[in-house]
Every structure is written in C-alpha cells, then in structure tokens.
Design a protein around this ligand. Structure first.
Ligand code: FE2
Length: 345
C-alpha cells in the first residue's frame, strides 16, 4: 500500500494520501486548499490517479482542498450524508464503504465534534478526523457539536476497535504523528472519565477561543461552488421534470454514474445503463461503449448521479471527447425524487 501523511503548518492539519499500488487509483483525506499543488505533484510522482477527495467533516480552521482537486483532477468529492457543503458529489452513511481500486475503508459515523463527523477504518488503522486526537478530542462547542454524541462516538465506536489499531487524526498541535487505540484509551486525558456526564462537564468547561479562520473557513467550505451552474448555462442540462418526459423515448439513453452501494440504497431509473464515474473516461474515448453509442443516429446521452455533480463533470468530459449529444439531469436522483420520478429497487 502507498500511504503518505502530509502536513499543513498553518492549520496543523494532517492530510492522507492512500493507494493500493503505483499506477493505481488514489484517495486523499482532509486536503488543505493551499497544499493542493503539492498533493498533485506527489500524485504525479507516484504515478497515481486521484479519484476521490474526502473530508472527515466541515472544517472550521482551514479551507478545504476538495473544490480545487475536483476542478484539477475531476475526482469525486466525498463527505457524510449530514454535510451542508455544496461541493460534495458523493455522500456516505454509517457502515458504508469508501472504496477505490484495491482499497476499502469502513465508514463510521462519529458525531460530536460536529454533526457531520466521520471516521474511516482499515484493518490496521483508523482516520479519526477531529473526533479522536492524540491525547485529546475535538472541541464540541460549535457547528452543532455535542459532547454526549462524542462520548458515544469515542467509547461506543472508536475504542471498540482493536487496541493495536493505528490512530491517524486530522490535526496535531504538538508534532505527534500517530498513536494507537490502546495508547489513547490508557493515556488520553479526555478518555479518563467514568460517565457521559463527566465527559460533557469536561468538554463544556474548556473555554476555548474560536479558531482564527472560523468566520472565513466555515462559509467558504459550505459554498465551494457547483459544476452544474456552468453546465446549465451552456444548455447541457435538463431539469428533473424535463427528464421525466424524456425517459422511455427511444432516442434517449440514460446513464447512471453512481456506485453499486448508492444504486442499491436509493434505487435506479428503470432502463438506465450503469457506467460508474471512474470508468467514464474510457467509455467516452474512441472505442469505448458510450463513444460508440453516441454515434447512433439521434441518440442522446442523459447522465445522472446522486446530486448532479458527477454527471455535470461527465457531460463536460463527454463533450470534450466529441460526444455532442451529452446532457445530464440537474440535481441528480435527489431532484428526480423530489419531482416524484419513479425509482426501481
Ligand atoms: Fe474540525
């Protein structure tokens, strides 16, 4: 496995680059905007293809690199389903799996620091965001934080992992880089409490100043900007209501870009072809399936995904490959459902 722990000195943030092999797919956890060029240089040097950029939660102390990485690599941007960030193109829930080629991480909902905090576990390590820090825990006094929820996330979830599990947090302010679950259980001062009340008391009396960047970072991270607006402006989008009238017409080919887990959970539009977003490039290139399909007379390709972000990128990619009959459903399955569009399970 390829594993890199990267540090941003300004916000003391750790970001993590993961891949199963050289030449393979990669994902990055908690990227920082100012470091995006450094990440991309490393991705090139290691001959990787960045396919997913993930935030453990909405950060208050730095601006996320998700938007810039999406714009530069067309990767999928990922957060938990509670997120209020607009940039997110794939939303995960508790017990889902976060996957790339050769790697699979268990998705653990660990609210408390914020209500959108997630951890990601592999066999030997866990990425804990700001839920569990080295000899600390993330503050719970803003962004819908809740010390009682955090107590449950810590004692009910993370501390149930094997003692030898390596702990990789989103921050460290003292220069520590890694710990283990066993070590934190024994020596983390915040975890030496006897009850949820004692933990809530401790957390409610920390009297911390707001992070320096908070007033800038929180709104910036919520409104990174959508791909969809530009695609709609070019006339390459249809609304869910328009899509309802197009479905079933012989010249319209619906293409679902989501992953199997999303299709199983939310359902599919009947009659659609499944082309997962990571395989799109190959499919729209010369000799690919969609490239051939688009050659048929009058055939229109209508992409969709969960919220319209991946499909907006797909339309651009298809048109760049010369497929001038590519459109997408604005707002994705989310909008389709609101328009009472039928879904098959
Ligand atoms: Fe945080």
């Amino acid at each position: 496995m390829i594993f890199r722990q990267l540090f941003d000195q300004v916000s003391s943030t750790y970001s993590y680059l993961l891949a199963s092999r050289r030449g393979g797919e990669a994902l990055i956890i908690d990227p920082v905007l100012e470091k995006v060029d450094r990440y991309l240089q490393l991705v090139r040097e290691l001959d990787l293809k960045l396919v997913k950029a993930v935030d453990t939660h909405l950060h208050a102390d730095h601006i996320t690199g998700l938007g810039a990485l999406r714009d530069k690599t067309h990767c999928i941007t990922v957060m938990g389903e509670q997120t209020k960030a607009d940039v997110v193109s794939m939303r995960l829930a508790d017990n889902d799996r976060l996957t790339i080629e050769g790697l699979s991480l268990d998705v653990i909902y660990t609210p408390g620091h914020t209500d959108d905090s997630y951890s990601f576990a592999m066999a030997d390590r866990v990425f804990t965001g700001d839920t569990l820090l080295i000899r600390g825990t993330g503050r719970t006094d803003f962004q819908n934080g809740d010390p009682r929820a955090q107590f449950e996330s810590l004692f009910g979830r993370l501390l149930k992992l094997p003692d030898s599990t390596l702990v990789y947090p989103a921050h460290d302010y003292k220069g520590d880089t890694v710990s283990t679950i066993g070590e934190e259980r024994a020596y983390n001062p915040r975890l030496q409490v006897k009850s949820v009340e004692e933990y809530a008391d401790l957390m409610n009396n920390l009297k911390l100043a707001d992070p320096k960047m908070m007033d800038v970072a929180v709104p910036a991270n919520m409104h990174v900007g959508l791909n969809q607006d530009e695609i709609a402006h070019r006339g390459w989008a249809v609304t869910a209501e328009q899509a309802l009238r197009l479905v079933g017409q012989p010249d319209v080919m619906l293409i679902d870009l989501r992953e199997d887990t999303e299709r199983a959970r939310y359902g599919v539009i009947l009659g659609s072809l499944h082309v997962p977003y990571p395989s799109l490039h190959e499919s729209v290139s010369v000799g690919g399936m969609l490239h051939e399909l688009a050659k048929l007379p009058h055939k229109r390709l209508l992409f969709y995904c969960a919220f319209g972000e991946r499909s907006a990128m797909a339309v651009q990619e298809a048109r760049d490959a010369g497929l001038n009959s590519a459109y997408h459903i604005q707002g994705g399955i989310n909008a389709w459902k609101k328009a009472s569009g039928p879904l098959a399970h």
